[in-house]
Design a protein around this ligand. Structure first.
Ligand code: AMP
Length: 361
């Protein structure tokens, strides 16, 4: 298929801050955005159009997808029935297979392991007996994670001691789960790659990510990741993207275990969408992850992912956002607010990218 000309309409499933930043990037390229969401969200303020209906309402999805030129999504828990309904009318990029994999931690781990890529030891947990058996293999500490709908550290619990075993499944409401061996890592990184319709790929610099209470706190570029390990990380993302004939931004989160380890990198999870650890690209690169995603799903050539300044992105979670006035006055700090009214604890309200101000030569 040829490139969608300027003025085309990109349908986005999901109306959160990622949809908002995608819509702004689309507008810059003269593309329009039609958001589909089950509730009003931050993307509505900046999108050309929006539809509010259930993700399970396949008739509504079908009607919406007929009004757009291509469909993408900004969260991975879009029901597969919605993706299938959209796909019957318009191309869905990235494809439904990426969604299917990213929605279920067990399927995801099996898929990544099946590609010969390193993951933490894992086992499916559907009963107490499964848990006992799996713990014998992984040892403690270990993490019990729900297969579905876990994000930002939700839907998971740590098993540190034998006493924790008895209560662990209750802590996740006895939902179908996986047990993961604990990876003792030096730090966490993510590869933010973009794959075009023609298979061309570009990669942003790999950020070092820190988390607080399971939620991303900061992403820093450059990271101290040795360059040969960075190449390996890119190779891992490349493998995943090629296997899925992927189109758009793909984020792959990894643990860096140490340069001397047999497997220096262990894949944690993938996100088939623009990613919080790539938000710094808005201010530190000529073309952000959001614009490159729009380019990819529109069938346009990708832009180089080069970075022109060093950057530290800090998420503004909950009450952090109350400091907006001070942050807005800080030199070299690029403030992004998502237009959410209610600063609930744990809610991503915005982010701040501190860039190094260099004198141009
Ligand atoms: P997740 O929801 O899987 O991304 O997990 C949230 C955070 O928990 C990760 O970013 C890590 O900091 C930590 N974590 C998850 N899985 C493991 C693991 N197998 N070993 C050590 N830490 C983990």
């Amino acid at each position: 298929m040829s490139a969608l000309p300027p003025g085309s309409v990109i349908g986005i499933l999901g109306g959160g801050q990622l949809g908002r930043m995608l819509a702004v990037a689309a507008a810059r390229l003269g593309q329009q955005v039609h958001i589909y969401s089950d509730a009003t969200g931050p993307a509505f303020d900046v999108a050309s159009r929006h539809t509010v209906a259930s993700y399970k309402d396949t008739d509504a999805i079908t009607a919406w997808s007929r009004e757009v030129d291509v469909v993408t999504y900004e969260f991975e828990n879009v029901p597969l029935s919605a993706a299938a309904a959209a796909d019957a009318a318009k191309p869905v990029r990235p494809g439904a297979r990426a969604l299917e994999i990213a929605q279920d931690r067990l399927v995801e781990k099996q898929f990544i392991e099946g590609l010969g890529l390193p993951v933490a030891p894992f086992a499916a947990i559907d009963s107490d007996a499964d848990l006992t058996r799996a713990l014998q293999k992984t040892g403690m500490p270990a993490l019990l994670k729900t297969r579905r709908l876990g994000y930002d550290g939700k839907g998971q619990t740590r098993i540190m001691t034998p006493d924790d075993e008895a209560t662990a499944r209750d802590a996740i409401d006895r939902a179908p789960a996986i047990l993961e061996g604990f990876v003792s890592f030096e730090y966490e990184v993510s590869v933010i790659m973009v794959r075009g319709l023609d298979g061309q790929t570009v990669y942003y610099d790999i950020p070092l990510n820190t988390h607080v209470d399971g939620i991303l706190a900061t992403s820093t570029v450059p990271s101290p990741l040795p360059s040969e390990i960075a190449k390996r990380a890119v190779g891992i993302a490349e493998r995943i993207a090629a296997a899925l004939e992927y189109v758009g931004v793909l984020a792959v989160e990894m643990f860096f275990v140490g340069a001397d380890a047999t497997e220096p990198l262990v894949v944690n999870e993938m996100a088939p969408r623009v990613h919080n650890s790539g938000h710094w690209t808005l201010d530190a690169c000529a073309v952000s992850q959001f614009e490159n995603h729009v380019r990819a799903v529109s069938g346009w050539p990708l832009a180089p992912a080069d970075r022109h300044v060093d950057a530290v992105m800090t998420n503004l979670i909950g009450a952090d956002v109350k400091a907006w006035q001070t942050l807005a006055a800080e030199t070299g700090a690029c403030l992004h607010l998502y237009g959410k009214r209610d600063a609930r604890p744990g809610r991503k309200m915005g982010h701040l990218t501190r860039v190094s101000l260099k004198t141009p030569t």
